[in-house]
Design a binder for this molecule. Structure first.
Ligand code: NAP
Length: 438
């Protein structure tokens, strides 16, 4: 019997698309032997046909109409590598409606339209595979969905944005302000010209939403999460954190209390004990700690973005797609359809507990600390430590408080009251202290 042939259409031939084209060409013979099928990268779409590209694609294979690839009856697998939530959604749904397999790296699309997309995959009888959408080259989707299938997940947390981790690492290493490190990250191509999606935490929130759904079967939109970015952190915060035994990382934290069935999904800069594995993950690397109730804690570290790492994840999905077409097995359908998800709901702020780090820029005069302490006490926040240091601006001082265990709602009320004090001269900076273990 001759081997079946499967045709792949690449919608998007930018950073990731060209990486897939390049590596797939190199790996094709091996993949075909391993999968027992012929695999053809038969079409690709771009926006601008005249753009110079690093890979050579015959012009007969190129189009500017990605929808024509999604609806082409000869294409079995559609790889959506355009990004965005407009055309990408149309292309994805059109392909799934026709029973095709869609491979995607598009976390923004999955976060915004995941429920619709997975329902379309089920209805159409195809599949939607998305390994590259979270943590680039780290096979975290497979790990959670397949390798750790015996587990429920009380806690998953991780560094999911390489740009932010690069900026935080350099600020700490060089004792340099945020703006200058961001400028350098842009020059090196580690940050986009519009950096807001990364540094304000939204990209991490998209990935957290996907992981939360995968682990718990519940879609949590970023507007229902606590999402805070890294752009107000200063070199002094790293010094303060180090004096207290911590590093600072932008983390996505997904927890579930199986007694109350409450889930919390949040993204914020977090003080992590220096000795933990994730505190030592530096530069553009990503890392994820997954705690399962059977396996205990497992940790994954690797490149979270970039052409090669992301292409590695996309090609892994392409191989699963071919397996699925050939044998009807391999890659499970997208939806976990977890019975355990039923009844799970978001924890209210008063049940999200932890310790806090608050930096205040205050008038440098007697009595200020007493007023701050009164507000904290009034809100039942117990102070664990105080670091006072002169500010760079004359007559101002920096006051850093850490708290004992408290809850988000009380902290927010206290923060608003602190911000209203006449002696507090800038919006307070709030960081969370993560006693998360590895
Ligand atoms: N870059 C990474 O490291 C990385 C990592 C993980 C996930 N991802 C995800 O992977 C996806 C692709 O990212 P990328 O960095 O490869 O993006 P990119 O370099 O901007 O490439 C996008 C590609 O899609 C084409 N395109 C965009 N909009 C189009 C439209 N409306 N119609 C037709 N073609 C269109 C572009 O055509 P032209 O080339 O003609 O402009 C380009 O080839 C995104 O969802 C991203 O979030 C990226």
């Amino acid at each position: 019997m001759s081997a079946p042939t499967y045709n792949i259409g690449l919608c998007g031939l930018g950073t990731v698309g060209q990486g897939v084209w390049k590596h797939f060409g190199r790996l094709r013979t091996d993949l075909e032997a391993r999968l027992g099928a012929r695999i053809e990268l038969s079409r690709a779409s771009v926006r601008d046909l005249s753009k110079a590209r690093d890979v050579k694609v015959p012009s007969s294979k190129l189009t500017t109409d990605p929808l024509s690839i999604a609806t082409d009856p000869d294409i079995h697998i559609v790889c959506e590598l355009m990004g965005g939530t407009g055309v990408a959604r149309e292309v994805t749904l059109a392909a799934l409606k026709r029973g095709k397999i869609v491979v995607s790296a598009n976390k923004a699309l999955i976060c915004a339209h995941g429920a619709e997309i997975f329902a379309a995959a089920r209805r159409g009888g195809g599949a939607f595979l998305f390994e590259a959408s979270v943590a680039g080259g780290i096979p975290i989707i497979k790990a959670v969905r397949e390798g750790l299938v015996a587990n429920r997940f009380p806690r998953i947390y991780g560094i999911l944005n390489g740009t932010c981790n690069y900026i935080l690492t350099k600020m700490e290493e060089l004792d340099a302000p945020y703006a200058s490190v961001l400028g350098e990250a842009k020059r090196l191509g580690y940050a986009e010209s519009d950096e807001s999606l990364d540094v304000e935490g939204w990209d991490t929130a998209h990935k957290a939403s996907i992981l939360a759904w995968l682990a718990h079967g519940v879609w949590v939109r970023p507007d229902k999460m606590i999402v805070e970015g890294i752009n107000r952190i200063t070199p002094a915060d790293f010094k303060n954190a180090a004096a207290l035994g911590f590093g600072i990382k932008l983390l996505a934290i997904i927890t579930r209390d199986f007694k109350t069935d409450e889930i919390s999904v949040r993204v914020h800069p977090t003080l992590l004990p220096q000795e933990t594995v994730l505190a030592r993950v530096s530069g553009v690397f990503n890392a994820i700690s997954v705690t399962g109730d059977v396996v205990g804690t497992t940790v994954y570290i690797g490149r979270g973005a970039g052409q090669d790492a992301t292409a590695s994840a996309v090609i892994s999905d392409l191989a699963d797609a071919v397996s699925l077409l050939t044998h009807g097995k391999g890659a499970p359908q997208g939806s976990p359809d977890l019975p355990a998800a039923k009844g799970a709901r978001l924890a209210p702020l008063e049940r999200i507990r932890g310790r806090f780090y608050v930096r205040l820029t205050v008038a440098d005069r007697p009595g200020v600390l007493a007023r701050v302490a009164t507000i904290m006490a009034r809100n039942h926040m117990s102070i664990a430590s105080v670091i006072q240091s002169p500010s760079e601006t004359p007559d101002l001082a920096s006051l850093v408080l850490t708290t004992h265990d408290s809850d988000e709602r009380a902290m927010r009320v206290a923060l608003r009251a602190l911000a209203r004090l006449e002696s507090v001269r800038e919006a307070p900076l709030l960081l969370r202290i993560g006693d998360l273990g590895d």
